[in-house]
Design a protein around this ligand. Structure first.
Ligand code: ATP
Ligand code: MG
Length: 506
């Protein structure tokens, strides 16, 4: 064991959050040993900004609760630990652990209960990687290094403490952690680990609860290093275990969404990890729609049912919670509506609570070369940048014209080629009769505008197209002209005041 001077390694207590210092100081004042451990120390030593700090102590969870009182909650069963609240922050405080006793493991060696308390020497060897097993005591200016963690940090190497196969058997989630850290830090993986990371071993992940795997997937999607992580998931055979229905291949859409997610995180913008699930499962979703339609299910019903089916299957692997499921399905269900919106629905769609996510999804599809979006990503982008109602109204009018032209072309194409098929999304939006519309009562301003618009005679071009669509035959200018000629005109007459009833109040 090496005791290193923390300040010599470039560590400074001023870089620590007040919350972690509060936890370390309070436990020390109560007579316990307390250290910062794990990712916080690792990232500080690398000059990165840690996302949080974890503490470890020789106090048991019950003793931690006695010290912090109401500020402390004990959580976990398999791995019991204390959550200590300090100001707005929460610090995870673990107790030194000793190796688990035999009955706490499954036949395959997986640790099912890990609550045997021990000392710091036993604790370090229970941690996963050498770079995660450094103990920092800021008030003593000390870093305790039991396993050459600092030299592995310098060598940019991820190395297990102990035999890799046994460590994976104890907790298969370590396979995901290793790939996550390799992607985040850009470190090499110890060849001894790579030698055992084979498909047979990754099967162990099937024994891990889908809830824990969902949590891990969230960490993967929201760490800001999704783009370098995805090829590792593919290369080391864990993709098919986590996302069994998604072909282990990084499509242009998946790549662009990963880049975009990472860029948002770097810019400090919020992300919803469920969004990336919507991206990953998009192709299975389209495939399922096609399958259901082939079984003669109506377009809209197939679209809704496919969303349910695809997510049910995914939930067997990673337990996507209900709120995330609803979010994903809403994004999918918005796609055909955004691609072929009814003109009068455009404002309501733009005000839909999930519009932003649905639009971002559409734009990513378009930018990654998906022709099925029909350029509507750009249209919605421009629409949102219009500055007033008149401009928006005009844009909708143009869209309406374009759609009618498009539909006419579709009808012609289908008539010319009896076997031609519309895309799944076109089918949903073309068969608009069975797509429930979004009912938003028009605003007073909109009603006024509508009334004004009704007074304006429709442009001949629009009437042409409407007629063509309704009858399938192009109407002629004469017929439009004659229709206009027949339209009755109201004459203004001066008011005859003698006819006005004068009541008792006038
Ligand atoms: P992050 O930056 O993602 O928080 P971290 O290393 O801090 O990385 P945590 O999940 O916060 O990861 O865990 C804190 C510490 O607990 C780890 O650094 C490691 O020492 C230990 N640890 C966590 N999970 C495991 C595990 N499955 N097996 C062994 N040790 C673990
Ligand atoms: Mg951490």
């Amino acid at each position: 064991m090496q005791t290193l001077r923390a300040s010599k390694l470039g560590l400074d207590p001023n870089e620590l959050s007040p919350a972690i210092l509060d936890v370390i100081d309070t436990l020390s004042a109560a007579g316990y040993d307390a250290y910062i451990v794990g990712g916080g120390v690792r990232d500080l030593l690398l000059g990165l900004h840690p996302k949080d700090f974890d503490a470890v102590t020789n106090a048991t969870p019950q003793q931690i609760r006695d010290v912090f009182g109401k500020r402390c909650r004990i959580i976990g069963r398999r791995f019991e630990l204390a959550h200590v609240y300090s100001g707005r922050d929460m610090i995870e405080v673990a107790t030194f652990r000793a190796p688990p006793r035999r009955p706490s493991t499954t036949a395959a060696g997986m640790i099912t209960r890990d609550n045997v308390w021990g000392n710091i020497k036993q604790d370090y060897s229970r941690r996963d990687f050498t770079i995660n097993a450094l103990y920092y005591q800021p008030r003593k200016d000390q870093v305790l290094d039991f396993c050459e963690g600092v030299s592995d940090l310098r060598a940019r190497l991820i190395r297990f403490l102990g035999n890799p196969t046994i460590r994976f058997e104890e907790d298969p989630v370590r396979m995901l952690r290793i790939l996550r850290f390799a992607a985040k830090l850009g470190f090499a993986i110890d060849p001894e680990i790579i030698a055992v990371l084979k498909p047979a071993l990754t099967q162990l992940l099937r024994d891990v609860s889908p809830h824990r795997l969902y949590d891990e997937s969230q960490k993967m999607f929201s760490g800001g290093y999704l783009a370098p992580l995805l090829p590792l998931l593919e290369q080391y055979h864990v993709w098919p275990i986590l996302f069994a229905d998604v072909k282990a291949h990084i499509t242009p859409l998946i790549q662009r969404a990963a880049d975009n997610t990472d860029a948002r995180i770097k810019a400090g913008k919020s992300i919803n990890p469920a969004f990336f699930y919507a991206i990953l499962l998009w192709q299975p979703m389209l495939d399922r729609v096609a399958q259901l339609q082939a079984q003669n299910m109506a377009s809209f019903e197939a679209w809704t049912q496919a969303g349910v089916d695809v997510l049910r299957r995914q939930q067997k692997h990673t337990a996507i919670p209900r709120f995330a499921e609803v979010f994903i399905r809403e994004i999918w269900e918005l796609q055909p509506r955004l691609i072929q919106p009814k003109a009068r629905q455009v404002p309501a769609l733009a005000a839909h609570p999930r519009f932003r996510a649905g639009f971002d999804f559409l734009l990513l599809r378009e930018q990654s070369g998906d022709p099925a979006t029909q350029g509507m990503g750009e249209w919605w982008h421009n629409y949102q940048n219009l500055s007033n109602d008149d401009e928006r109204e005009h844009a909708i009018k143009l869209l309406n014209r374009m759609q009618l032209r498009q539909r006419r072309q579709n009808i012609a194409a289908l008539a010319g080629q009896p076997n031609a098929e519309l895309s799944a999304e076109q089918a949903v939006s073309n068969g608009n009769t069975d797509v429930p519309t979004i009912d938003v009562p028009p605003t007073r301003a909109a009603r006024r505008r509508q009334a004004r618009a009704n007074q304006v005679v429709e442009s001949p071009e629009i009437i042409d197209l409407v007629d063509a669509e309704l009858t399938g035959v192009e109407s002629t200018r004469e017929s439009v002209g004659s229709r206009r000629a027949q339209a009755p005109r109201r004459k203004r007459r001066p008011r005859d005041l003698s006819q006005v009833f004068m009541g008792p109040y006038q």
